[in-house]
Design a protein around this ligand. Structure first.
Ligand code: ZN
Length: 495
């Protein structure tokens, strides 16, 4: 009797919440190719049914050594062949002689928001008024991502979910330019939040309803946030999984251990926001220290770290490396680049420079220790078989930008001790693997979608060459990086 009743309830809940078959999810993320329409064609540099990238170095995204002097042939949006440059090319192929260039997979950015962070009335002492707001950057963000070689993003928490869903649909129809999008639902945040744009959950049932509501409207992933409780997180995880969707978390009230036990798929921000050993940590409460003491006190090679890493690997919990947002806290660590300052509005640039200069003046001795510990923990996690993915988190002090930040993240993974080809794999193939689309994107391989980045130089030796993006192919359409960047000059921070 009891058993029959239970199975009837399980069946009923399955009927209410049909799982999305994996193939449908892949189609939603990677819909059929489109050519940009009308005036957007000015941003297209290469659009031909058959294109050969001649004399390129191929960095395939799997971590394998780069191969010199190859030809990559693109046909109808797919990679049709990869062959030695000496081999013949069929008549009717548009040939680009790219001597001195490398081809790598499009970046799969896994913490790639569509919004900026603003601090109202920021003064010279670094004080600002509340509420903190995060203005949506639906015009500039997608262009910046694509211009920098990011061909797929997960938005990793949305403040305007309808705008993000509409942006995805508009991009997929060719009426806007941007990457493929895994639209993450609005933040699943607990009762107390400094962010006025986030809904504040009123319990487990509220969490379940929110997941159902946004999954029904096309959201393809979820993100739990700092003040969510274990009960709410559990309800959200179960509801997402019942739909075949994954859920990540930037946690605080819930520890990494607890979240792994509850069945979370992914944890954001490396090992920065685990609060397990923060002094006075109470269950389901986010301490003001937000994980700093735990990371500072954790010996990356010690037994506590090993036990945590073992558990995360066993439970298949991926970790997202977001080093660019944390290097901002280390005085003078983040490079200051003209391309970066040129893209910000004057107001955003002033606010960033003020925050940056204050960081230098404060001379934090903790931030460098945290960065060092986190980098080593990320390496140990990978060495133990964990899936490390990457995204810049374009928020913080305003010094992390869409696209440029994704490139910087790869450079910082190299600083952390990964080889350049390993770092590129983390930012490309690993993201595709997590999203369940590694059979279509994430590496340079015959039969995969032609999501490719052409860069001048050799990032397999000099990782900074990853910044020299010239053409970005998305489904075989080659976009002009410089023209896209020019179109958002002085705009980021405004719209
Ligand atoms: Zn974030």
């Amino acid at each position: 009797m009891t058993r029959r009743l239970t199975s009837a309830l399980v069946l009923a809940s399955c009927l209410l919440a049909p799982a999305i078959p994996a193939a449908d999810l892949a189609t939603s993320l990677l819909p059929p190719p489109v050519t940009p329409l009308g005036e957007l064609q000015q941003y297209v540099r290469v659009a031909a049914p058959k294109v050969a990238l001649l004399h390129v170095r191929v960095i395939d995204g799997t971590g394998a050594a780069a191969k010199d002097d190859q030809t990559v042939i693109i046909e109808n949006g797919k990679i049709a062949a990869i062959q030695p440059a000496s081999q013949a090319i069929a008549n009717g192929t548009t040939v680009l002689d790219l001597r001195g260039h490398s081809v790598m997979p499009g970046i799969v950015g896994m913490h790639d928001h569509m919004y900026y962070i603003a601090r109202p009335n920021l003064d010279e002492h670094g004080h600002f008024e509340t509420p903190l707001v995060v203005p949506q950057m639906t015009f500039s963000s997608p262009r910046l991502y694509l211009a920098a070689g990011v061909t797929t993003i997960r938005t990793a928490g949305s403040v305007e979910p309808s705008a993000d869903l509409n942006a995805k649909a508009t991009i997929d129809s060719g009426k806007m330019i941007g990457p493929h999008m895994d639209v993450t639902g609005p933040y699943l945040e607990g009762a107390s939040s400094p962010f006025i744009q986030m809904h504040r959950l009123k319990g487990a049932e509220d969490a379940r309803q929110m997941v159902e509501f946004w999954a029904d409207r096309g959201v393809t992933s979820f993100k739990a946030y700092m003040n969510i409780t274990r009960d709410e997180l559990k309800a959200a995880i179960d509801a997402a999984h019942a739909r075949g969707l994954k859920i990540t978390g930037h946690l605080c009230a819930v520890t990494y251990d607890e979240a792994a036990d509850l069945g979370i798929d992914n944890l954001e921000h490396g090992f920065y926001v685990n609060t397990a050993n923060d002094p006075g940590k109470q269950p389901d409460v986010c301490p003001n220290s937000v994980g700093t003491p735990t990371l500072r006190g954790m010996d990356p090679d010690g037994p506590a770290a090993a036990a945590l890493i073992k558990k995360l690997v066993e439970r298949n919990v991926a970790i997202t490396s977001t080093l660019p947002v944390f290097e901002q806290g280390v005085p003078g660590h983040a490079p200051l680049q003209p391309r970066f300052l040129d893209t910000l509005t004057i107001e955003a640039r002033d606010a960033y420079m003020l925050a940056r200069n204050r960081t230098v003046a404060l001379k934090s001795d903790v931030a460098p220790i945290l960065l060092k510990n986190d980098m080593k923990l990320e390496r140990n996690f990978v060495a133990a078989g964990g899936l490390l993915i990457a995204g810049p988190d374009p928020t913080g002090n305003g010094g992390v930008m869409p696209g440029f930040g994704d490139q910087r993240g790869i450079e910082l993974l190299v600083e952390a001790g990964f080889s350049p080809v390993e770092a590129i794999k983390i930012a490309t193939y690993n993201g595709a693997l997590y999203l369940g689309v590694a059979d279509r994107i994430g590496s340079v391989a015959v039969g995969k979608n032609a999501d490719l980045v052409v860069v001048k130089g050799d990032p397999s030796r000099t990782i900074a060459d990853i910044e020299n993006v010239e053409i970005v192919f998305k489904d075989g359409v080659g976009f002009d990086s410089a023209r896209l960047l020019a179109s958002v000059k002085g705009r980021y921070g405004q719209y």
